[in-house]
Design a protein around this ligand. Structure first.
Ligand code: COA
Ligand code: AMP
Length: 624
């Protein structure tokens, strides 16, 4: 079937469409109803279905004869180690780890926080939690202690899974001081921490709190899968919004499994047995969906890569992995290829490898910029596909549906809406805009399976943050336009969220840290375009009167504070002390205009501005 009738059907008969897709899974109890509503009034998929996501990702493949196939390949240039884990081994390991968790009192609906580097055991932790019907919440290893505290307090886990360290090319990061500090700061009491000992960092287990991962698993009695309702949560993944407090995006079990499996057919054209590599991190949604769940639910081989696109050891790192493990599909962020291109502009490293297994490249996390697309097109001669998605949806909202029909690529566009997504462009008053006009990108409800039904512990935030601005539609927070062929061009966020090296960060959160410095009277943090990382945060800071530190000393402290409170991943490396900031007469800082000035874009001076001279000063600052 071609894309157009398939997409039309998914919009005009969503229940029929998704019930058919649900047939691909071995449900414990098949759903008889596609769409229903929950107590909050949110749309819910497969309301009377029952399943276990770990069973579908692991056990079912052993049952069906894939036990000897590689399920996971762990490839770690930073430690110089590699390991292949078959589906049968994965089943045995996950059942034992689930046994450890069960013995610590973890059961259906309990939360398990996972703060781990890119190791096989991080995936095991997620699957073991799913096996018990518990809810995992993975926290990216580049976040600092207070980010972990926020998530622990919000998710209130029974146990935290961690490792003694993470490894960056330049240094070993001791995790245990971070975990200790985070748990000491948390209001929620965590009684158990399961610690994976790694050779690169030693640690003395805390009596009465810590358990050693390896010995606990060795002694454990394996746990069986616990079936849950399709609408029960599988995980919570925190993501940045406009305020300092991260939002706990909730993913259900049933809709998620159906959408993941379907996306492998439609979006990626991947079959059971294929090798699929998402070069991301399990701390991000791409890692959840395309390192862990979608490839395993499909019976593919997935890669857990503990390394970087460059420096581990060079710009040929990705191509080496593709050759060695016969990767069919490579999915990465554009920033990774910009880093490779910077070091290997002529593709010499690329030509060192046999890349005949590779059939397509998929890019997401930020817009695929045309120069990077052209470079990849010329280098590989393969389909280079941009697709747009968000933590909130868990899979592509717009894509080139290569598994159905490879559509002509238009540079700068994420192509067409994925099945089930009815994408529209509205102006700020909610009026639909014609082709070519830029506005708010929204999706008509009901959203398809896998999309979040709520924000953990804060349903009003779900309504106010996403559903209220345009009744009947989900507000994506991105702006852009549809062209005359229906191609979607995503042009950037309409809020204060920025995207640094494919990582979603809140400038509001950074502002909270900067404003907490005793010398700071007021501040704004804005995203400024960067040729490598897409965007970088820059602080504009007004000091209190009578501060006797030098500007330079204060800027250093601000950089230190953001690194300590949010983490190195924020890449907050630049701040300017300014005498004033442009504001409206009601005292609101004109952040949207600041962003435009910093990025050299045209802007209109609003009639409500209080002090136009402040604009000139900022303009001069960025002109230098
Ligand atoms: N744990 C701890 N620290 C981490 C970390 C982790 N998991 N990941 C990154 N960091 C640290 C880095 O060490 C660095 O610290 P530094 O300031 O002391 O040097 C800082 O966070 C910024 O890291 P990074 O963005 O990785 O910058 P880089 O300059 O080292 O590398 C790229 C640049 C482009 C190679 C890198 O950003 C990259 O691989 N990007 C792709 C990211 C990605 O896959 N995103 C997709 C999400 S879907
Ligand atoms: P995250 O929730 O971390 O996956 O970040 C989602 C945000 O990243 C989106 O709202 C977009 O702003 C941006 N994004 C992701 N993929 C793309 C893409 N292909 N094109 C443009 N922006 C993207």
């Amino acid at each position: 079937m071609a894309y157009a009738p398939l997409h039309d059907r998914s919009i005009n008969d969503p229940e029929g469409y998704w019930m058919e897709q649900a047939d691909a899974l071995a449900w414990a109890k098949k759903p008889t109803q596609a769409l229903g509503k929950d107590a909050n009034g949110s749309d819910r998929w497969f309301v009377d279905g029952e399943l276990n996501t770990c069973f579908l990702a692991v056990d079912v493949h052993v049952r069906d004869g894939r036990g000897d196939q590689a399920a996971i390949i762990y490839d770690s240039p930073v430690t110089g180690s590699k390991r292949v884990i078959t589906y049968a081994e994965l089943q045995s390991d996950v059942a034992k780890l689930a046994g450890v968790l069960r013995d610590q009192g973890v059961g259906k609906g309990d939360r398990v926080v996972i703060y781990m580097p890119m190791v096989y055991e991080a995936v095991l932790g997620m699957l073991a939690s799913a096996r018990l019907g518990a809810i995992h919440s993975v926290v990216f290893g580049g976040f600092a202690a207070s980010e972990l505290t926020t998530r622990v307090d919000d998710a209130q886990p029974k146990i935290v899974l961690t490792a003694t360290c993470g490894i960056e090319p330049s240094r070993v990061i001791d995790y245990m001081p971070i975990v200790d500090e985070a748990l000491a700061q948390a209001s929620h009491q965590v009684d158990r921490v399961l610690v994976l000992a790694r050779d690169q960092a030693s640690y003395d287990l805390k009596p009465n709190r810590d358990l050693d991962w390896a010995s606990s698993c060795a002694e454990a009695t394996p746990a069986e899968c616990v079936n849950v309702n399709a609408t029960d949560p599988l995980y919570i993944l925190y993501t940045s919004g406009t305020t300092g407090k991260p939002k706990g995006v909730v993913r259900d079990n049933g809709g998620h499994a159906v959408a993941m499996r379907h996306s492998m057919d439609v979006v990626y054209d991947v079959q059971p047995g294929d090798v699929f590599w998402a070069a991301s991190d399990v701390g991000w949604v791409v890692g959840h969906s395309y390192i862990v769940y979608a490839p395993l639910l499909t019976g593919c081989t997935t890669l857990v890569y503990e390394g970087k696109p460059v420096r581990t050891p060079d710009a040929g790192a990705f191509w080496r992995v593709v050759e060695e493990h016969k990767v069919k599909i490579l999915f990465a962020a554009p920033t990774a290829f910009r880093a490779i291109r910077k070091e290997d502009p002529n593709g010499d490293c690329y030509r060192d490898y046999d890349l005949s297994s590779l059939q397509a490249l998929y890019l997401a996390g930020e817009r695929l910029d045309p120069p990077t697309q052209t470079w990849l097109d010329n280098l590989t001669g393969l389909p280079v596909i941009d697709h747009w998605w968000q933590t909130e949806t868990g899979w592509a909202i717009a894509c080139n549906p290569r598994g159905v029909e490879l559509l002509p690529v238009k540079q700068g566009s994420a192509t067409l809406p994925a099945p089930g997504f009815d994408v529209r462009i509205l102006d700020d008053d909610g009026q639909e805009l014609p082709a070519g006009e830029q506005g708010n990108i929204v999706v008509r409800r009901p959203l398809p399976p896998s999309c979040f039904p709520t924000v953990w512990g804060d349903h009003p935030r779900y309504e106010s943050g996403y559903m209220e601005a345009f009744p009947g539609y989900y507000q994506s927070g991105d702006g852009g336009y549809l062209d005359e062929d229906g191609y979607l061009f995503v042009m950037g966020r309409t809020d204060d969220v920025i995207n640094v090296a494919g990582h979603r960060l809140s400038t509001g959160e950074m502002e909270e840290v900067v404003a907490a410095h005793p010398a700071v009277a007021e501040c704004a943090v804005i995203g400024v375009e960067d040729t490598l990382k897409g965007q970088l945060p820059v602080g504009l800071v007004i000091l209190k009167d009578g501060v006797d530190q030098t500007d330079e000393a204060i800027v250093k402290e601000l950089i230190r504070d953001v690194r300590a409170k949010i983490g190195p991943i924020a890449c907050f490396q630049s701040a300017h002390i300014v005498p004033r900031l442009p504001k409206t007469r009601s005292g609101k800082i004109l952040r949207a205009i600041l962003r435009k000035i910093a990025n050299g874009q045209a802007y209109q001076v609003p009639s409500t501005i209080e002090d136009p001279a402040a604009l000139t000063e900022i303009q001069q600052l960025f002109a230098n």
